[in-house]
Design a protein around this ligand. Sequence first.
Ligand SMILES: O=C([O-])CC(=O)C(=O)O
Ligand SMILES: [Mg+2]
Length: 592
Amino acid sequence: MDSTTKKVRPGGASVLDLDLKATVGGGVEDAYGEDRATEDQLVTPWTVSVASGYSLLRDPHHNKGLAFTFKERDAHYIRGLLPPVVMSQELQEKKLLHNIRQYQLPLQKYTALMDLAERNERLFYKLLINNVEELLPVVYTPTVGEACQKYGSIFQRPQGLYISLKEKGKILEVLKNWPERSIQVIVVTDGERILGLGDLGCQGMGIPVGKLALYTALGGVRPSSCLPITIDVGTNNEKLLNDEFYIGLKQRRATGKEYADLLEEFMSAVKQNYGEKVLIQFEDFANHNAFDLLAKYGTTHLVFNDDIQGTAAVVLAGLVGALKLLGGTLGDHKFLFLGAGEAGTGIAELIALEMSKQTKAPVEETRKNIWLVDSKGLIVSSRKDSLQPFKKPWAHEHPPVTTLLDAVKAIKPTVLIGTSGVGSTFTKEVVEAMAEFNEKPLILALSNPTSQSECTAEEAYKWTQGRAIYASGSPFAPVEYNGKVHVPGQANNAYIFPGLGLGLVISGAIRVHDDMLLAASEGLAGQVTKENCEQGLIYPPFTNIRKISAHIAANVAAKVYELGLASRLPRPENLLKHAESCMYTPNYRTYR
Ligand SMILES: O=C([O-])CC(=O)C(=O)O
Ligand SMILES: [Mg+2]
């Protein structure tokens, strides 16, 4: 661009700009590029207006419903549009919780909560934050899985951006249609592997929406700076292709160059529109694309893959917690995974990395304590030539073994981790075998949602006579076995990504580094108290999640500064206090 070109603003005023301006701040301040656009470029005619009257009540960001005071009702032309009572936010919250508890079906609760978010955002977040243990399973796993399966019929209003093959060549324009400008976190999916439910195409939108609700509720990132995106390149799900209510493109998935080109345009457009510091979280992509995208964009954008890296950080933190119960160091344990996809290999690699840091042994050595089983059996060196690249580091010397049960018997792991997305695969025989040679077998059934869990909490306790230490990806209620109550842990990446994201945002990180994941993991592990351990808990309860997220964010930010990857300078002295002070709170504001 010529450094003295005339620039046009929607108000008609022309400004002279300098190229310098285009580099400083990476476009966050000038999010729509209006100041920088040349006369022949298109701009969006945004206007800023003050909501009042009926439209104020219809604006979810500002609506307070019955909580508007009479002074506010007068000042904003809403007197008479509401019944005469003035209700506190606390009372509104109580009423809504009561209403939501009346619904029998989780999906009804989900729809009621999404309706609330559409109506009164602050009340939605207040309710979610104050009742996180109860409502997390509604806005998140397992219910969000069912919501995605039925998204076509429950779809009411757009909650995020849809970018399909039809938008090719226009993605920048599409981003500009989103009503918020200062985006800090994007969660994007292409819907090909939604939880353990498979290809749900465009209906995967429930996932970015749910994850970002947690960014705000658990991590304190402002709702207006969160953007859910679904990339629709088609679906290979026959049922959806034949469903008259399906909301996505009715074609089989684009692959190869067509796919890569659309993603490339998307990634470039995001950076152009929001700058270098926008965080992009890849979510629920199928294995091949997940690893490729992370490798491709990890060096040029601020990205991480939640299923590979977020899950890894949360599991590593749980293992550190479990060591307090089991004794020994990571290096003293032997790990066996069922599932060698994103979560399996991601967790395995982070464990190996941490072991290598602790023991100073090369990571090639520490990997040898970790074994993975995929659909063809134990991953061993004789299979190396036919393995996908992300599985190759795990092909150790061993005779072939085809079943999980035989692998458990041959390897004798102390820790069994399920990440295959297939339910009920930790059979009675498998769990009993674990209990034969482990006093306290550690069993992590991580696949989501609940229907895909490798075994239930009850099964794990029953089949090990109450000796197992058990955690799952989706929540299970406490189980009473032989007069003792066992509280299962929830090893879900929801512990990590909100705090990790907050830490990246407040430090102005420009790249994600493995050490930041380790810092996030340590931040979480550090929040497991002595009392938690005494109860057999390897994770702290979700009730304290905002405090936990602040600690994770502070740890992550410290690492970002240490690595010289922070762009928000100078570094705040007390990062924990700083993280806390940056967190969004949903209390109503008073309007003048
Ligand atoms: O969404 C969740 O509950 C965890 C997750 O990322 C997945 O299973 O893909
Ligand atoms: Mg996921």
